[in-house]
Design a protein around this ligand. Structure first.
Ligand code: G4P
Length: 283
């Protein structure tokens, strides 16, 4: 995926564009990564919504820890928020989106029908940070392969509405917001999954954080993949990385070992995982 270089001017522009587009829709499809649902969203969206309904789509659920995905769905739904978890690579799973949108907008649609509009459309758009799967969802919903302009705001063409199932219509370009870079832990969650450019943190920092996280949360996977003994599982993250460097035969090249660990996590070699829980302190 193309990486992005955000700076305040750019952010302002992105924010203005998204706010402008939100005005045109009945409902917002907020796309986040199921492996880090809070860290992969931009909190500013909430104020930009201005009471407009939204569906939180926890995408890439195929890569996430299913038990934790359920905890997130329960937490969101407990907050009276519509949330679903999907794997956008499977069109079948997206069928619930138009149905849910119509359900949420039932009153508004009934009013339109009462005014004589026979098939009132539901206008929606996908919004999210780069790489969460907005374009994949959009393309699947409209059953076309539309060229999306990449992760850059400011490329506003003539906007079009694309037909999806039911009466759903989607704006042809997703709204792109930026992730929260400022918090170190959030940044490392984003970096480990590849949601932000690899240049933001060093591989070493990300891998050390990741090793600690997997040790505390998914020790069995770590032990299995790298054939670590029970005693080796007691090592701290830095010593574990040194050990892995030896095991990989990388002769003291720690950075190379860090990169390999990160790649293994991203490829799912360490199984399905979720890097945060609803009860974690969210900054
Ligand atoms: P964006 O518009 O939000 O920036 O994201 P985009 O749809 O481009 O998706 C980013 C990457 O995530 C793509 O992979 C895409 O295939 C993948 N992806 C999207 N949804 C899912 C999902 O539900 N599960 C999984 N496992 N992957 C998903 P890529 O490697 O960048 O491109 P490509 O391999 O598809 O060519």
């Amino acid at each position: 995926m193309p990486s992005i270089n955000w700076f305040p001017g750019h952010m302002q522009k992105a924010r203005r564009e998204v706010a402008e587009k939100i005005k045109q829709v009945d409902i917002v499809l907020e796309v986040v990564d199921a492996r880090l649902p809070e860290s992969s969203r931009n909190p500013m969206l909430l104020e930009m919504l201005q009471q407009k309904p939204r569906i939180s789509i926890l995408n890439k659920a195929d890569l996430a820890d299913p038990k934790r995905t359920q905890l997130w769905l329960d937490a969101y739904r407990g907050d009276d928020r519509s949330a679903i978890a999907i794997d956008a690579q499977h069109a079948r799973q997206l069928k619930q989106i138009p149905q849910l949108a119509e359900k949420i907008l039932a009153d508004k649609l009934a009013r339109k029908r009462a005014k004589g509009i026979r098939n009132p459309h539901v206008r929606a758009m996908c919004i999210g940070i780069p790489n969460v799967g907005k374009s994949t969802i959009l393309n699947r919903l409209v059953k076309k392969n539309i060229a999306v302009t990449g992760n850059r705001p400011g490329v506003t063409k003539n906007q079009q509405w694309l037909k999806a199932d039911g009466n759903l219509e989607l704006l042809d370009t997703p709204g792109i917001l930026w992730p929260k870079f400022d918090d170190q832990i959030i940044g490392k969650r984003l970096a480990l999954t590849g949601a932000i450019a690899d240049s933001v943190f060093t591989d070493d920092d990300v891998a050390l954080w990741g090793v600690d996280y997997f040790k505390a949360n998914y020790p069995g996977e770590l032990q299995r993949l790298y054939k670590l003994s029970d005693a080796q599982m007691q090592l701290n993250a830095a010593d574990t990385m040194k050990l892995l460097t030896d095991k990989f035969g990388y002769g003291g090249e720690y950075d190379r070992a860090a990169k390999r660990f990160i790649t293994d996590v991203r490829k799912g070699e360490l199984g399905r995982y979720t890097l945060e829980l609803p009860e974690d302190d969210q900054q």
